[in-house]
Design a protein around this ligand. Structure first.
Ligand SMILES: C[S@@+](CC[C@H](N)C(=O)[O-])C[C@H]1O[C@@H](n2cnc3c(N)ncnc32)[C@H](O)[C@@H]1O
Length: 244
């Protein structure tokens, strides 16, 4: 698609849906600390508006965020001034040498990059394996089949003071794909509301399927239902992959 997470949806995601990244961040910090990874570079794939990058830099790490949305990266640069960022698809970006790689909020599922495929994910996982220090962690969540039923009504609305958003999800069970039809209204300076539409297509992926690819590369893998105490829906998996 042309401009995913354009100006208004990037703003709305940060303003209304940033709680996910804040809660997941607590769990990720716990996993890093438990593994003795208390400093070094964290590369955040699909970093969005930089919520986790900001928290990481406040907790003794340096952070580099990669996101395909220019508007998300603009917000991230403001939110996390001590981190570095790049507008790019993580399927194409180089992964610098690092302590950990993270990818939260179903970023691995999105079909924004037309080249998205199992083979491209395998190549990405292999680049991540090369970039990680021994003992380094690759932590991410994915949405799997059954997502639409597991996450509540298929048509939902969310309202705030200066925006409203309508979301309709359709899951295509045979193809293991899901489409989110999003209509967003954002208040402008003259008090009227600007309407934008985005359609997000995602590939549903199971943790077990991705774990097999990761193990073939040499990672040691655990699958969890959440980030520490922050539990996700039954259709989601959190994958924790460790470079030996
Ligand atoms: C649901 S948002 C999550 C953002 C952030 N991780 C968070 O939790 O707040 C998904 C993000 O993934 C990004 N994204 C999706 N596919 C991508 C790709 N191939 N390369 C880089 N970013 C991607 C989107 O632009 C968006 O910012």
């Amino acid at each position: 698609m042309n401009n995913p997470y354009g100006n208004d949806l990037a703003y709305i995601h940060d303003d209304g849906f940033g709680g996910f990244a804040r809660q997941a961040s607590r769990g990720i910090l716990g996993l890093l600390q438990k593994a003795g990874l208390n400093d070094g570079l964290i590369v955040d794939l699909g970093c969005g508006s930089g919520i986790w990058a900001h928290i990481a830099t406040e907790n003794g790490y340096s952070a580099h965020g990669i996101d395909i949305s220019e508007n998300m990266i603009q917000l991230a640069q403001k939110q996390a001034p001590n981190a570095s960022f790049e507008v790019n698809s993580f399927l194409k970006a180089q992964i610098p040498s690092c302590t950990a790689v993270t990818c939260m909020g179903e970023c691995m599922n999105y079909l924004f990059d037309q080249d998205h495929s199992d083979e491209q994910l395998r190549l990405l996982f292999s680049r991540i394996h090369d970039a990680l220090q021994p003992g380094g962690l690759f932590i991410f969540d994915v949405a799997g089949p059954g997502y639409a039923d597991a996450t509540g009504p298929h048509k939902r609305h969310f309202i705030s003071e200066d925006w409203a958003v309508l979301v309709h999800v359709s899951e295509y069970k045979r193809e293991q794909k899901l489409t989110r039809y999003i209509t967003a209204f954002r208040k402008t300076e003259d008090g009227s509301y600007r309407r934008t539409e985005e359609v997000h297509r995602i590939q549903l992926l199971t943790g077990a399927h991705l774990a097999k690819i990761l193990r073939d590369i040499g990672f040691k893998v655990r699958i969890r239902k959440g980030y520490g105490n922050f539990q996700l829906s039954p259709a989601h998996s959190v994958v924790i992959a460790r470079k030996e």
